[in-house]
Design a protein around this ligand. Structure first.
Ligand code: SF4
Length: 442
């Protein structure tokens, strides 16, 4: 898809440029030393853009220090300030870093006020050559829009179009857009609707793709690959973030695989495909387990999401520690098919998890807590359980979760049933027990 070209420091997004790989720090931005160390690692891992959360004005100063230290060390990877709620922080950050991400769902509730705030932000971005990402998430759609369009992909598209219209009114085009959701079907549909609408209007902003709160491990990788590859294979998407509840450095190889594959630097290791109606039998000869997982998710995610296929059988082999492992009829092949079916929302064989990747707002050890929640709730097939790092954005971002475990800070947790907090200030070491108790007694 032909798009406008956006510049964030030395990185170009959209136009004829290759797909840009990005990630986000999960350090506290106020911890300058830790944030610099993580930025260095992410840069070395191949991140082309690095985002940091900026929850308060004081952290704009931390961001400035992080930027200065990185530049002194010869690392010129553009930095992105992730800003929610405060246009004043976004304006201040726009003078410091190359790109600012705003969440329109969190801007001023009064639309006219939001327009004024945005116009001021645009002026600062124009003066400093700063790019903006308008990053709307499914979970944080405003009431005005959901009253009109429901909690749907159409609502996401309509909401973000209001902001893109504002960019055009302000004659500002250094803008990237994202419409993330944890539900791959919602995410893919929202981006498709937006791509079509921008083409109809003749002003096509580059798209940042991501499946938000995808979780971790194989499930997080498969879910991200399904959503992102479905769009990249249609020529939609210019920059990607694979969001995992893990060390953010782990996101880079997954994202790089997707960039390489859809920029035609890499092919699937599927060696044979036979189709019988809506059933596919695929044979692979993969050099590793990781490669098999990504190839398989990208080869069949879109076809399952779009219901072109109902069933996939995985055969062939992959290499592990120098040994060829046969997939035919194996438990591992069955497991990968189950995970792919769940990621494409065609069959739910275990609970569906929504877990944020964590950032500078995270209030506890998210990765280990998430793994423990997964272990203790594995039997709750079909239930949607969210594990979120902070009380500020977590509840809004949990989208359609049945239950939520949300960090409050000070070793306390809030437990949500749907969008309603049912227990607050639960000590962290009791919170998983309480969550299970509530689920069992519901
Ligand atoms: S929900 Fe998670 S990723 Fe989002 S702001 Fe809170 S801690 Fe950060």
């Amino acid at each position: 898809m032909d798009t406008l070209t956006v510049h964030a420091g030395n990185v170009t997004i959209g136009g004829e440029s290759p797909i840009v790989v990005q990630t986000m720090c999960n350090t506290h931005t106020s911890d300058v030393e830790a944030s610099v160390a993580q930025c260095v690692r992410l840069h070395e891992a191949g991140a082309q853009l690095i985002r940091l959360t900026v929850p308060s004005p004081a952290q704009v100063e931390s961001l400035r220090q992080i930027r200065d230290i990185l530049r002194q060390r010869g690392i010129d990877t553009p930095l992105v300030a992730d800003v929610h709620f405060s246009s004043e922080i976004a304006i201040a950050a726009a003078e410091v870093v190359e790109k600012v991400r705003i969440n329109p769902g969190n801007f001023h509730k009064d639309h006219e006020k939001a327009r004024e705030q945005f116009a001021r932000l645009v002026e600062v971005c124009k003066a400093n050559g700063t790019a903006i990402r308008i990053g709307l998430n499914h979970g944080s759609l405003g009431e005005r829009i959901t009253n009109l369009y429901g909690n749907t992909p159409l609502a996401m598209k309509e909401a973000v179009m209001e902001w893109l219209d504002m960019c055009v009114e302000n004659d500002f085009y250094n803008v990237v857009v994202s419409l993330k959701a944890s539900n791959t079907f919602v995410m893919v549909e929202a981006y498709r609707l937006l791509a079509q609408e921008m083409q109809n209007k003749g002003v096509v902003f580059p798209l940042h793709l991501g499946v938000t709160e995808a979780g971790n491990g194989d499930a997080g990788r498969i879910k991200s690959a399904v959503g992102i590859s479905a769009l990249l294979s249609e020529g939609i998407g210019n920059t990607i973030r694979v969001s995992l509840t893990e060390d953010p450095a782990n996101e880079i190889p997954v994202a790089q695989y997707l960039a390489d594959r859809y920029d035609h630097r890499l092919n699937s290791t599927m060696v044979s495909l036979s189709l019988e109606g809506k059933k596919a039998v695929a044979i692979y000869d993969a050099p590793s387990r990781e490669r098999l997982l990504m190839d398989f998710a990208c080869d069949f995610g879109k076809r399952l999401l779009d219901k072109e296929l109902d069933e996939v059988v995985l055969c062939g082999s992959y290499m592990e520690d120098g040994v060829k492992v046969c997939l035919d009829g194996s438990e591992y092949a069955e497991y990968l098919v189950d995970e792919l079916m769940q990621a494409a929302r065609r069959r739910f064989y275990r609970p569906e998890y929504i877990a944020c990747p964590g950032c500078g707002r995270t209030m506890y050890n998210l990765e280990s807590t998430f793994n423990e929640v997964k272990r203790r709730t594995a039997h709750l097939k079909g239930m949607v359980i969210a594990v979120m790092g902070c009380i500020v954005n977590g509840p809004g971002e949990m989208a359609d979760a049945d239950w939520g475990y949300v960090g409050e800070g000070n070793n306390k947790v809030s437990i949500y049933k749907g969008k309603t907090p049912v227990l607050r200030h639960v000590p962290e070491d009791e919170a998983i027990d309480k969550l299970l108790e509530l689920i069992e007694n519901a």
